[in-house]
Write a protein that binds this ligand. Structure first.
Ligand SMILES: C[S@@+](CC[C@H](N)C(=O)[O-])C[C@H]1O[C@@H](n2cnc3c(N)ncnc32)[C@H](O)[C@@H]1O
Ligand code: SF4
Length: 311
């Protein structure tokens, strides 16, 4: 693979070049279990930053890294949300329904589609997946989501047999059936909804106030009625002040909604507004919570059924 001379992400940073005793690394991982894992797209100054492609090189690097690749997936990040949950690790903008801000963002996205469409010649590549994530993509005007799908079709030759996936909150799915229908009708077949927990006190504690168990039920009904073929529910564990009783109530509630998938997210504290809570969660607590959820999922074969049906 050839890169421009100024491009240097393949050079190991000084920090990453240091060698440590594996036993010490293991112990540090156990001690800092709440922050020692991470996820895209957090930009850490000492981990990701040294490997960032300089702005001037982005286009030429894009051409080179995609050269000769026959299959690719698209991901579009929609950063807008109605609220900023304190646990959230993603790149998010709290939006007050200011359409000019939204319109500017989607127009810029459209220009990126055109640029990358021209640069990497997607006609000779098969698009095998398309995820519209966030943030809360269902929060924005549906015309903007349609604009993104049309750009993907026009610039990357996205075909109609690709399962497009989107994310929503329970509130939007529960209160706006028409929007669910419109999203489905524009070709989106998979939808993912964040429940996290059904404990109202814990939801308030982690800054996720606009939600309720009743909304989860209505949201699931709307999602099925709109015709989505694949429905995923996100749950979270590893919060400080999260009891085993509330973990159990949450997993039983999620199973009762009968989704195709249940994704269990262990709380990752690094870079979030809850980072000071990390030291109040022991590895034993976290392991007890996830073991309980998996046991309940396995009861009656729910776990296996989900697994067998969809993988
Ligand atoms: C893009 S986010 C949220 C989608 C949607 N906006 C919502 O709130 O339902 C996808 C999922 O990531 C998980 N998540 C968010 N922050 C996290 C963190 N700090 N650690 C682990 N999982 C997290 C949540 O379960 C969330 O539903
Ligand atoms: S969890 Fe969802 S709604 Fe909350 S800030 Fe993150 S993306 Fe937005």
């Amino acid at each position: 693979m050839k890169f421009p001379p100024s491009f240097s992400w393949h050079e190991t940073s000084q920090e990453d070049g240091k060698k440590y005793d594996p036993e010490l690394v293991f112990q540090a991982g156990l001690k800092h279990h709440g922050i020692s894992n991470t996820a895209f797209p957090i930009a850490h100054r000492s981990t990701m930053q040294p490997y960032k492609v300089p702005n001037d090189d982005i286009e030429s690097v894009a051409v080179q890294v995609w050269d000769g690749v026959s299959e690719m997936s698209l991901y579009v990040h929609i950063p807008f949300c109605e609220q900023r949950c304190r646990f959230c690790e993603y790149t998010v903008v709290k939006n007050d329904r200011s359409y000019p801000q939204e319109t500017m963002y989607f127009d810029a996205l459209g220009r990126e589609f055109v640029m990358y469409g021209n640069l990497i010649v997607p006609k000779d590549k098969k698009i095998v997946g398309f995820d519209i994530g966030g943030g809360t993509p269902s929060f924005v005007d549906v015309r903007h989501i349609k604009q993104v799908i049309d750009s993907a079709v026009g610039c990357f030759g996205l075909s109609s047999d690709i399962d497009i996936s989107i994310e929503t909150t329970p509130k939007i799915a529960a209160l706006d059936f028409k929007k669910m229908q419109e999203l489905h009708d524009m070709g989106i077949r998979r939808i993912s909804m964040g429940i996290q927990t059904v404990n109202p006190a814990l939801l308030a504690d982690v800054g996720r106030i606009a939600t309720s168990a009743q909304w989860n039920i209505e949201a699931a009904e709307h999602i099925y009625r709109a015709g989505f073929e694949r429905f995923n529910v996100d749950l979270m564990y590893g919060f400080a002040r999260q009891s085993l009783e509330s973990v159990e109530a949450t997993i039983r509630h999620a199973i009762a909604l009968d989704p195709h998938y249940i994704t269990l997210y262990r709380m990752r504290y690094k870079g979030t507004l809850l980072k000071s809570d990390a030291e109040n969660v022991s590895l034993e607590d976290v392991n007890r919570q996830v073991t309980l959820m998996k046991t309940i999922l396995k009861e009656g074969g729910v776990y296996r059924q989900i697994w067998k049906k969809h993988f």
